[in-house]
Ligand binder design. Structure first.
Ligand code: ADP
Ligand code: ASP
Ligand code: MG
Length: 439
């Protein structure tokens, strides 16, 4: 079976929902469809929650009313018969009244997660019912019945596999199976989610759980581009990526993919295809175990990075110095992205600076500490095995007019990373496009 995930813009209007239906039913075999909320909805639900945290129910109600009106306006365009229009109208009324109940209660992160989950619950209901009205055999499966995280907040693949197979055995005659992306239950059975953009992750977890033959991520662009299309002009799709290359790009800022979504597909050996709902015939990107030798594929950038340098002549060549430094980051659950060492010190980069003050305080025991904020990691991805001579020189050549704080190469066979100031990001990405891809 194929898994097909459609993002927010792909289900962003009644006409887009109809397009999705055409794509889904064009297969002559059952497909498993994962849907995001309609574009903008999750942001509105987060905004409602913000008002409720701030004890401002009027503000929340204003956003709820606006959102409800927007949805109600889609009904006549999407459904043909009065029977289905009425059915969906009462479903939406119930949904928005449910959201309104939270304006009267104590509001915590538990309630927020329930509110934020409604976007995907609404979109899947709308699309599944549209398909039903058109006569297709559709099974709407609640992600809350099988998608689950464990005590560490990591997906519990064994649970997901077991419960999904029980559901699919019961509902074995479906033509289209539809479920919500993003939402799940946690180890305490509470409604939770897989973080913003997490519908991609849902799709690849389902793919791994059902041993799908392909995971398709349908979005608003024709695959992974060789640079960030929001920043650089003339970017082009990359048709083939290795799992590791895609994972590096997603982790280092290529928004088209959720950072962790490649992992389950990679372990299960299932190819992932990135496709464009607006241009379904475009080739897109295929992510698999295949490496294209000797090729630099793409560049991505990750903002909000903080660089920390610990300099210590006392610690020169001392064993255990790096361990002590890294343990401080570990004790504050702060992952380190880049590391560069010299005889007199070590530089590290982090993207979660919520414990920066405490970390710096503790690091001061071991040396002089310098912090640079508003930094950016530029990541060049491709077949960068060290035996391929010259690639690091070409990448460094593109950065010749940019002040570079750190360089990391050799951590994997697939990337070179540069740490620069955020304000130099655009210039760096443009220069890399010119040097690497001639654009
Ligand atoms: P969806 O809502 O379908 O999940 P996203 O907005 O999460 O879509 O991801 C698609 C967007 O990712 C594109 O519209 C594009 O602006 C952005 N993007 C950033 N970097 C890249 C890249 N390297 N290649 C393609 N798209 C990228
Ligand atoms: N709707 C969620 C979000 O906007 C999840 C997703 O679209 O992947 O983040
Ligand atoms: Mg996305």
């Amino acid at each position: 079976m194929k898994v097909m995930k459609f993002g927010g813009t792909s289900v962003g209007s009644p006409s887009r929902m109809k397009e999705v239906t055409n794509l889904v039913v064009s297969y002559n075999e059952p497909v498993f469809v994962v849907l995001s909320a309609m574009s903008g909805t999750t942001n509105s639900l987060v905004e409602i929650s913000d008002y409720l945290y701030k004890k401002n129910p009027e503000g929340a109600n204003e956003v709820i009313n606006k959102l409800e009106n927007k949805y109600m306006a889609h009904i006549n365009e999407l459904y043909e018969t009065k029977e289905w229009q009425d059915r969906i109208r009462s479903f939406l009324k119930e949904e928005f009244n449910f959201i309104r109940t939270f304006t009267k209660e104590l509001f915590t992160s538990f309630e927020e997660k329930v509110i934020v989950a409604q976007g995907e619950i609404i979109s899947t209901n709308m699309v599944a019912n549209y398909m039903k009205e058109k006569g297709f055999n559709v099974k709407l499966i609640s992600a809350l019945d099988f998608m689950r995280t464990d005590k560490n907040g990591e997906p519990d693949l064994a649970y997901i596999k077991k419960n999904l197979s029980i559901i699919l055995e019961k509902e074995c005659d479906g033509q289209v199976y539809i479920t919500q992306g993003f939402i799940c239950r946690n180890a305490y059975d509470e409604i939770d989610n897989l973080q913003r953009g997490g519908s991609d992750y849902t799709a690849s977890l389902i793919g791994a759980a059902i041993c799908a033959d392909e995971i398709q991520i349908w979005t608003d662009i024709d695959g992974m581009h060789n640079n960030d299309p929001r920043i650089v002009e003339g970017t082009e799709p990359v048709h083939q990526l290795h799992f590791e290359e895609a994972a590096e790009l997603a982790y280092f800022g290529a928004k088209i993919l959720h950072p962790t979504c490649i992992q389950p597909a990679k372990y299960a050996g299932i190819p992932v295809r990135l496709l464009n709902t607006m241009a379904p015939e475009a080739e897109g990107t295929t992510i698999s175990n295949m490496t294209e030798y000797g090729k630099i594929k793409a560049v991505a950038a990750k903002d909000n990075i903080t660089a920390i340098k610990v300099k210590s002549s006392r610690m020169l060549l001392a064993t255990g110095f790096l361990r002590k430094v890294f343990e401080i980051f570990e004790s504050y659950q702060t992952p380190i992205d880049m590391v560069c060492t010299s005889e007199v010190g070590v530089s590290m980069s982090i993207d979660n600076s919520s414990h920066l003050t405490e970390i710096v305080d503790e690091l001061k025991k071991y040396g002089t500490v310098t912090v640079d904020t508003n930094m950016c990691i530029i990541c060049v991805v491709g077949d960068l095995d060290w035996s391929n001579v010259g690639f690091e020189t070409i990448a460094a050549e593109a950065m010749k007019n940019i002040p570079v704080r750190m360089i990391s190469y050799g951590g994997s066979n697939y990337n070179i990373s540069f740490l620069i100031r955020e304000e130099d990001k655009k210039r760096a990405l443009q220069s890399l496009s010119k040097t690497l891809f001639g654009k």
